[in-house]
Design a protein. Sequence first.
Length: 477
Amino acid sequence: MASTIPEPQPGTRPTPRPPSEGAGRVEAHGIDHITDAERHGHPRQLFAVWAACGVNYLSLVVGGALVLMGLALWQALAVIVIGNLFWLLTGLLSVSGPAAGAPSEVITRAMYGVRGNRVNNAVVGWLISVCYFALNLAAAAASAFALVEKAGITAGTAVKVVVVMVIAVLTLAIGVYGHAMIMKLYLPITLTLTAAFAVVAVCVLGHADFAYAPAERLTGLDLWAVLLAGVTLIGSGPLSYTTSADFSRYLPRTTSAKAVIGWTALGGFVPGVLVCSLGALAATAVDMTDPQTGLATILPGWFEPLFLLALVLGTIAINALTAYSAGLALQAVGIRIRRSLSVIADGTAAVALTLYGLLVSDFLDTVSNVLQLTVVLLGPAMSIYATDILLRRNRYDGPALMDESPGGPFWYSAGVNPAGALALAGGVTAAALCVNTLYTGPIAHALAGIDLALPVGLVVAAALYALLTRLGPGQPV
């Protein structure tokens, strides 16, 4: 049973419009194929989409965390640059969108098979996305609560519920309207956030200690452990976007692959480096264990409410992309539901988790800790995807990817591609042996706590997939 369901539209389908003209209409497509006649846009539009995700509070906090972990300022800045280079992988994955005219959630059928991909989407595409949505929503809500308190309103339970719901509705509205709305809104969102963070930058640079070094410098294995942990922390951001083709699939098939990679990677890399570096610089001047309170000591009083609003806006921008892709993932799992309704379903689940975590228990803390391990899964998943693109030379047959029948080209063996399934299992296992977060794997223990989960997972998964693909029948090469 096919799970591809375009949104129903009255009458005949209207003439395709560029995104700027269609932003006020709910996107008609779900995970179905985008025909050449409906392709539009320019790859430079991708810059604003990914930049809006990078100019945010989380990047500021992560940058400050590197200094709190014991790194000197120059070491933290080096880690920030290296970690953000993983945006090149996000860019590479995005080239499959124009080639296939399909979202990542469908393209990965080539790697895992029709049935195997349903499992992949259920975990990597949906479950992790909903958890990230809940955590980001909780972060935005915390800033909004502070803003409400400044307005003289006590942030009691009822007020908190209303605040969370308002933020969620604004976020889901973007996700429901879809691709054209994202393309239209994210440039002004990026410019607004850039202006807000420019004020923060002026304040931080005026107080930063550019020669900062910790009183007790890290050396030897301790230093390497923190450096690698820092790269993993920074790299987990771009590695979480294994769905970058979702936002490039409307581009014409003839769009330059180099342009798609370049604009996507630059959109993530430039703000990622600048904002994370700003956080590291701030940590040399204020207490970044409580960033909101610490930054308030150097920000002008009139700007603090605007800064809180910017934090909420930045989180809405991130979560709208997450909700959009999670909605596509829910369709790709095989559930017959319209894309707009799937986005609402994802948001409802995330709101429920957020309210439970904020008002009832420490559930979100638990989820946050678990998500520290997601690099064990996301690293190998992205590596396999990138390897498949290279092996196929980015040649994907979009209509063939829509075929979910047992006789289809991506059914493989009982609906599962052994090469993808075994490579993912091998990469995740290897990474799990090297991890040092909530638990210490045996290899990390033998290396005195050095966490090699990210590089090991990436390399093992890619190598296994390339090898098994070449050995298996009916494969790309």
